[in-house]
Design a protein around this ligand. Structure first.
Ligand code: NAP
Length: 309
C-alpha cells in the first residue's frame, strides 16, 4: 500500500466507530481527512453534516466509505461517484438489488472503483473452509444465525423500516459467507418470515435453499435469542462435518479444531479497497442481497407479537 489515498467517512454510527475508524487509522494506505454525519463528529479531521457539503469542500478527496444505513446508500454513492470519488459500501450495498447494479454501471462509466463489502467473508475461517469444501461431496448445510436484537441493535429504528432488512441485517452476513464458501450456487425454495405486528421487517426467518446439485441448505435467523450468540454454519460432507462458528472466527473439521489466523475483517476490507483502487478494479457481488430479496418475494409472512426496544 505505497500510495497514500485520502478518504472521507460518511455516517458515523456504531460500525464506523467500532470498526472503520480503527481500521483506517491502523493502515498506511489511507489517510482519513473528513467525515460527514448529521449528528456526529470525528476528532482530528474536517467534519461536515452531509456528504454533499463534504464533496463540495474537499475536491482533493480520493475515496469515500459509506457507513450509514442502507436506505440512504444509493443517494450517497451516486453523489460520490458523480464527484469522481472511489466508493466503498458497507453491507448491505443497497436497499434494493437494482440500485446496486445501477451504481456499478455508474462507477464503470466514471472510471472509479466501487467496492460492495461483505465483511464476514474476511472472517479468518472462511477461506480455509472454502478451500476444504471445494473438493468435497456435500450432503447437507445448516446455518444458524441467532442473536439478541436488543444487545446488537439498541435503539436502531431503521432496522424495522422498509429497506432495513430486519433479521436479515445480520442474516445477510451468513448469506455472504455461504455464497462465497460453498462450491455451488444456492437457490431459495421456501421461506417463512416472522414479522412483529408493529414493524415492517422480520424478527426471524427460516429459509430452505437447494444448491445446484440439489443439496439442501437450511438457514434459521432469529433475533429473539439469548445472551450467547449463535453464528454457525455446519456442512455435512462424505468426509465428515465442517463446523464454522462464532461468525467465522472458529473452524472444526471432522471434530478437530483447525488453526486459523487472527480476526481482521475490517483491515482486510480496507486493504482490498486500496488494491482495487490502485489496480482500477471493482468488486460488486449482489448475490447475498439478491437472496434476501428472494426471501421477501417468496416468503410466507406470519405476524408475531409486537416488538418494543
Ligand atoms: P447506526 O449506529 O444506526 O449508524 C448509522 C449512521 O447512519 C447513523 O449514526 C446516522 O448518522 C447515519 N444515518 C442514519 N440515517 C440517515 C439518513 N437518513 N441520512 C443520512 N445519514 C443517516 O447503524 P450501524 O450499526 O453503524 O449500521 C450502519 C450500517 O453498517 C448498516 O448497513 C449495517 O448493516 C452495517 N453494519 C453494522 C454492524 C454493527 O455491528 N452494528 C456490523 C457490520 C455492518 P448521523 O445521524 O450522524 O447522520
Amino acid at each position: 500500500m505505497n500510495t497514500k489515498l485520502s478518504i472521507g467517512i460518511v455516517g458515523v454510527g456504531k460500525i464506523a466507530r467500532d470498526q472503520h475508524l480503527p481500521a483506517i487509522a491502523a493502515l498506511d494506505g489511507f489517510e482519513l481527512v473528513a467525515s460527514a454525519s448529521r449528528n456526529a463528529q470525528v476528532d482530528g479531521v474536517r467534519n461536515y453534516k452531509t456528504i454533499e457539503e463534504m464533496l463540495a469542500a474537499e475536491p482533493q478527496l480520493d475515496a469515500v466509505s459509506l457507513c450509514a444505513t442502507p436506505q440512504v446508500r444509493f443517494d450517497q454513492a451516486r453523489a460520490a461517484l458523480a464527484a469522481g470519488k472511489h466508493v466503498m459500501l458497507e453491507k448491505p450495498p443497497g436497499a434494493s438489488v437494482h440500485e446496486v447494479d445501477v451504481l456499478r454501471s455508474m462507477a464503470r462509466a466514471a472510471g472509479r472503483t466501487l467496492f460492495a463489502t461483505w465483511h464476514s467473508r474476511y472472517a479468518p475461517a472462511v477461506e480455509t473452509a472454502r478451500e476444504w469444501l471445494a473438493s468435497r461431496t456435500l450432503q447437507e448445510v445448516q446455518v444458524r444465525w441467532k442473536e439478541d436484537v436488543r444487545r446488537w441493535h439498541p435503539g436502531q429504528a431503521w432496522i424495522w423500516t422498509p429497506g432495513g432488512l430486519g433479521v436479515f441485517d445480520p442474516g445477510i452476513n451468513a448469506l455472504s459467507i455461504i455464497t462465497h464458501m460453498l462450491p455451488r450456487e444456492v437457490v431459495l425454495r421456501e421461506a417463512t418470515l416472522s414479522v412483529p405486528a408493529n414493524v415492517q421487517t422480520p424478527i426471524a426467518a427460516n429459509l430452505d435453499f437447494v444448491d445446484e446439485a440439489g443439496v439442501p441448505v437450511r438457514a434459521e435467523f432469529d433475533w429473539r435469542h439469548g445472551p450467547v450468540e449463535q453464528w454457525e454454519i455446519v456442512v455435512r460432507t462424505s468426509d465428515g462435518e465442517l463446523h464454522l462458528s462464532e461468525g467465522g472466527k472458529k473452524l472444526a473439521i471432522a471434530g478437530k479444531p483447525v488453526e486459523i489466523g487472527p480476526e481482521r475483517e475490517y483491515p482486510s476490507l480496507y486493504e482490498r479497497f486500496h488494491w482495487l483502487i490502485t489496480h482500477g478494479e471493482h468488486d460488486v457481488d449482489v448475490r447475498p442481497l439478491r437472496l434476501v430479496a428472494d426471501a421477501f418475494l417468496l416468503g410466507r409472512r406470519h405476524e408475531v407479537e409486537p416488538f418494543h426496544d
